[in-house]
Design a protein around this ligand. Structure first.
Ligand code: GDD
Ligand code: MN
Length: 366
C-alpha cells in the first residue's frame, strides 16, 4: 500500500482538485493507497474540505495538527501516521504532476529503488512559470548541497521512500528540505530519479518566504557536520588537522627533550627520526578516530581491523610519497623554484587521493 503524505496550510481550494485526481490515477493503476493530509489547522478550513471529500474518496483523511507547526514537522508526523509500505510526499498545490505518482511508486515497488525522486534537474525535467530570480536561487541552493548527495534535485518536495530508509534515522524537523535530510541521514542503496516539470501554483499562495534561505543555510551546516556526509571534505579537514597534530608533537618533542639528545655527537638524525615516528603514529591515530567516527561514520565494524588497515594505507602512502618525491627531485631534477613546489604539490595531491580511496574503499568499507 502507498501512503501519500500531503502537508498543507491554507490549501482548501486545491483539495477538491488534488484528492479526486490522485484517487482516480491510483485506482486506475490498481495501487492501494491512503492519502494523509497533514494540516496545521488552516484557517481556510482545509481539513473540513478533506472531511467532506472523504465521503466520496474514503482513502483520504486529514490530520489536524495543533502543535509543532511547519512543513517538515508535518511531513515527519505523516511518516509516523502512515501505514503503507511505501511513503510518498507531495505538495498540495498541484505543482507536482500527479501522473508521476505511480512511476515513483513503481520505482520502489518493482525496480528495487529505496528512494525515488521527482527531479526537475535531470533530462526531461524542468520548471514552468518561475521567475528567473527563483530559478537562480534554487540552482544556487542545489549547488551548495552537491557534496552531500549525488541526487540532482535534493530540494524536491516530491519523492517516495521505503519506510526502512528512515527507520531509526536521526531526522531533525528543522529545515524545510525534508528530502535532503532523508538523503543525508537515511539508509538506502538505490536512488532513482524520475523527471518532472514543476508548475507554479495556480490557487492560493506560496508559504515559503525569505526566512527559508537563512533556515536552509543553517540546515546545510548541520548536514555537513553530520557523521558520514560529504566524506571527501571531512577527510581533507581531518587530514589538515592531522598535519597540525603531527607538527605540534614533533616540535614539542624536539623542544622538550631534543636539545639534550641532539647535542650528542652522531645521535641527532636517529632521534629526529624516532621523534618523527612518534608524531606520525599520534597523528595517524588522531586521523583514524575522527575518520572512523565522523568522516565515514563507520562505527559498526570492529575498530581493531580498521586500525590495522588504516595504518597500512597511511604507511604505504608515506612510502609512495617519499619515493615519488625522491624521483621528482633527484632523478627528474625538479629542483628549481616553481618545479620543486609544483612537484611537491602534485605528489601530495596524488597521495591524498590514494589515502582517501584506501580509507573509503578498504579500511572503513561498510
Ligand atoms: N502543514 C504545513 N505546515 N504545510 C505547509 C506549511 C506549514 O507550515 N508551509 C507550507 N506547507 C505546504 C503547502 O501547503 C504546500 O502543500 C507545500 O507545503 C509546499 O508549500 P508551498 O508554499 O507551495 O512551497 P513552494 O511551492 O514555494 O516550494 C515547493 O518547492 C520547493 C522546491 O523549489 C516545495 O515543494 C518545497 O518543499 C520545495 O523545496
Ligand atoms: Mn508550491
Amino acid at each position: 500500500m502507498l501512503s501519500v503524505i500531503v502537508p498543507t496550510y491554507n490549501e482548501r481550494d486545491n483539495m477538491g482538485l488534488l484528492i479526486p485526481r490522485l484517487s482516480r490515477v491510483l485506482e486506475s493503476e490498481s495501487i492501494p493507497y491512503e492519502i494523509l493530509v497533514m494540516d496545521d489547522d488552516s484557517p481556510d478550513g482545509t481539513c473540513d474540505e478533506v472531511q467532506r471529500l472523504s465521503a466520496e474518496y474514503p482513502g483520504a483523511r486529514c490530520i489536524k495538527r495543533m502543535q509543532d507547526r511547519g512543513l517538515s514537522p508535518a511531513v515527519m508526523e505523516g511518516f509516523r501516521e502512515a501505514v503503507g509500505d511505501i511513503y510518498l510526499v507531495m505538495d498540495a498545490d498541484l505543482s507536482h504532476p500527479i501522473e508521476v505518482v505511480p512511476e515513483l511508486y513503481r520505482a520502489i515497488a518493482h525496480d528495487g529503488a529505496d528512494v525515488a525522486v521527482g527531479s526537475r534537474h535531470i533530462k526531461g525535467g524542468g520548471i514552468e512559470d518561475w521567475p528567473l530570480k527563483r530559478k537562480v536561487i534554487s540552482w544556487g541552493a542545489s549547488m551548495l548541497a552537491r557534496p552531500l548527495t549525488s541526487c540532482s534535485d535534493p530540494m524536491s518536495g516530491f519523492f517516495a521512500i521505503r519506510p526502512s530508509v528512515i527507520k531509526g534515522a536521526p531526522l531533525r524537523a528543522k529545515g524545510y528540505k525534508i528530502l535532503l535530510e532523508v538523503l543525508v541521514k537515511g539508509r538506502y542503496d538505490k536512488v532513482v530519479e524520475v523527471p518532472i516539470t514543476f508548475k507554479d501554483r495556480e490557487l492560493g499562495e506560496s508559504k515559503l518566504g525569505s526566512d527559508v534561505i537563512v533556515n536552509y543555510v543553517q540546515h546545510l551546516m548541520w548536514l555537513y557536520l553530520h557523521p558520514g556526509s560529504a566524506p571527501l571534505i571531512k577527510f581533507l579537514a581531518v587530514g589538515g588537522s592531522g598535519i597540525i597534530v603531527d607538527l605540534g608533537i614533533l616540535t614539542a618533542l624536539i623542544l622538550l627533550i631534543g636539545d639534550d639528545i641532539i647535542s650528542l655527537p652522531g645521535y641527532d638524525l636517529k632521534y629526529v627520526f624516532i621523534f618523527q615516528a612518534i608524531s606520525f603514529a599520534y597523528a595517524t591515530t588522531w586521523n583514524f578516530v575522527w575518520n572512523r567516527h565522523w568522516t565515514f561514520d563507520a562505527r559498526s565494524a570492529k575498530p581493531s581491523g580498521q586500525y590495522v588497515k588504516f595504518l597500512t594505507v597511511a604507511t604505504i602512502a608515506l612510502i609512495i610519497r617519499t619515493a615519488l618525491f625522491y624521483v621528482a627531485v633527484n632523478v627528474l631534477g625538479f629542483q628549481g623554484i616553481p618545479e620543486y613546489h609544483i612537484s611537491l604539490l602534485a605528489v601530495i595531491i596524488f597521495v591524498t587521493v590514494l589515502n582517501y580511496l584506501g580509507s573509503r574503499l578498504w579500511a572503513f568499507k561498510k
